[in-house]
Design a protein around this ligand. Structure first.
Ligand SMILES: Cc1cc2nc3c(=O)[nH]c(=O)nc-3n(C[C@H](O)[C@H](O)[C@H](O)COP(=O)(O)OP(=O)(O)OC[C@H]3O[C@@H](n4cnc5c(N)ncnc54)[C@H](O)[C@@H]3O)c2cc1C
Length: 444
């Protein structure tokens, strides 16, 4: 029987006593918590290369960048939580090598991040979990190593961006979630911001045209100078190697800070060293089991079957969201604890850009109809439904949290709504998306 099938059949699900998780962020912490709540009594070792206690990244481009919250308040769990749950947390060590045996056990070797690359420690395991996340994608133009060029993934990145905002105009390269969230925050601090997006619309990989156009207008209202179909040619520096601008189509835009936000690359080097199947991410099954069958992988580093829907099971996706990290971690913990599988809810995502709240549920891509539900009396709200063969398959909402909750519930319950009903703003969505029986009694 291939390893993956053995793992599915449960052969590997018994009696691991020592679990090592590489990475110590959203996915890793949730995994540890779920493992304990599933009754796992063995040792759980999280190893993270960052020095801070595991923290909440979404705040980095929002409240933390604004200076509204402290680094301590970003912690995912209080420091007592780790000791209270007997979870060993090692920070500031990078896993640099793994010796992996055929029966699923092995040893990881680490180096201290801030004292060179020599191996300093090793940790034995009989179950290995990779929760290595992703790193900002590099941009291949001149000047990216200049003083004043920043990225935004870690608390240290956010700190340096925050320190620079008052020093002059910022150019954000990339009109995706991170760049747009940061741009809106910088505007709210009174900064001057230009966003350069190489594609014809914002958030091209993540939202449809109506939502992208709506968010574009929102940014322009906030005073962000957004330029679409505009790729930077070079980052310009002064005589001291500091940023002074960005060259675009032969023109120079003045800047003292350049934020590069052109997406992330999954951290797959360790997985590749183990011979795990990787394809723009570590390939896992619906519960986080890798091609090798004993090692699991969770969070931003993975590519998985389209979750939570029976519409497009053949499609593989890499999801970069807290919801995904949490859900995959919970599934992987059930595998390790020998608990049965459970059904996964539709994936969802949020992005706060200034006072514009974007929320997305389900995945687009297979839809054959898009229905926009907008209300001229409420111009700051937008609701977009995606339909596949007449069934609601995904939704995007801006500043409509109650509608979003109703839509997410409907996607999870398979509640039927026709595109015509969806478009009709005379009926509240909450009413429309009630389970069928209660709808019938409400309209009787
Ligand atoms: C600025 C920002 C804003 C965001 N906003 C939102 C949002 O609004 N909504 C949302 O849903 N999501 C948001 N996200 C995405 C969300 O934070 C990620 O999806 C989530 O952090 C993924 O968790 P993870 O544990 O898989 O990976 P990560 O959080 O990337 O953690 C992986 C950890 O592993 C460590 N690591 C990697 N390799 C090694 C190694 N060899 N040894 C030791 N440690 C290692 C890394 O240093 C890192 O700390 C945002 C992300 C950022 C950066």
């Amino acid at each position: 029987m291939p390893d993956l099938d053995r793992a599915r059949s449960g052969e590997h699900q018994t009696a691991p006593r020592a679990v090592v998780v590489v990475g110590a962020s959203h996915a890793a912490v949730q995994f540890a918590e779920s493992l304990r709540s599933n009754g796992f009594g063995g040792t759980v070792q999280l190893i993270g290369e960052e020095l801070h206690q595991p923290y909440n990244r979404p705040s980095l481009s929002k409240a933390y960048l604004k200076g509204e919250v402290t680094v301590e308040s970003l912690a995912l769990r209080g420091s007592n939580w780790y000791t209270d749950h007997s979870i060993d947390l090692t920070l500031g060590e990078r896993v640099v090598r793994i010796e992996h045996g055929k029966n699923g056990s092995g040893r990881v070797h680490t180096s201290k991040v801030h004292s060179g690359e020599n191996e300093v420690s090793s940790y034995v395991y009989d179950r290995l979990i990779l929760a290595t996340g992703a790193s900002p994608r590099k941009l291949n133009i001149a000047g990216t190593d200049a003083d004043g060029v920043v990225e935004l993934r870690s608390v240290d990145d956010a700190h340096s961006l925050r320190d620079r905002v008052a020093s002059g105009p910022v150019v954000v390269i990339g009109g995706g979630f991170i760049g747009l969230e940061a741009a809106a925050t910088i505007r709210s601090l009174g900064g001057t911001v230009t966003v350069l997006e190489a594609g014809p619309r914002l958030m091209g990989r993540a939202v449809g045209e109506a939502t992208a156009a709506f968010i574009l207008a929102a940014h322009r209202t906030m005073g962000v100078d957004v330029r679409l179909s505009t790729a930077p040619e070079a980052i310009l520096t002064d005589d001291h190697g500091a940023v002074r601008g960005v060259r675009v189509a032969g023109n120079d835009i003045a800047a003292s800070t350049v934020l590069i936000g052109v997406g992330v690359e999954p951290n797959i080097a360790l997985a590749e060293s183990l011979g795990l199947s990787c394809a723009a991410g570590i390939v896992v099954d619906h519960r986080g089991v890798t091609s090798e069958g004993t090692v699991l992988a969770i969070g931003d580093c993975t590519v998985q079957p389209h979750p939570g829907a029976d519409l497009d099971l053949e499609r593989s996706v890499r999801l970069e969201s807290v919801d995904n990290a949490v859900e995959q971690a919970a599934s992987a913990a059930r595998v390790v604890a020998g608990e049965p599988d459970s059904v996964r809810a539709v994936p969802w995502f949020w992005s706060d850009q200034g006072d514009w709240k974007l929320q997305i549920a389900g995945l687009t891509g297979t839809h054959d109809a898009v229905v926009v539900r907008s209300d001229p009396d409420r111009p700051r709200r937008l609701v977009v439904g995606y339909f596949t063969s007449g069934r609601l398959s995904a939704a995007e909402c801006v500043n409509a949290p109650a509608d979003f909750l109703a839509l997410r519930g409907a996607l999870n319950n398979g509640t039927l709504v026709t595109p015509e009903e969806f478009a009709d703003t005379s009926a509240p969505l909450k009413q429309l998306l009630k389970p069928q029986a209660s709808r019938a009694s409400a309209t009787a």
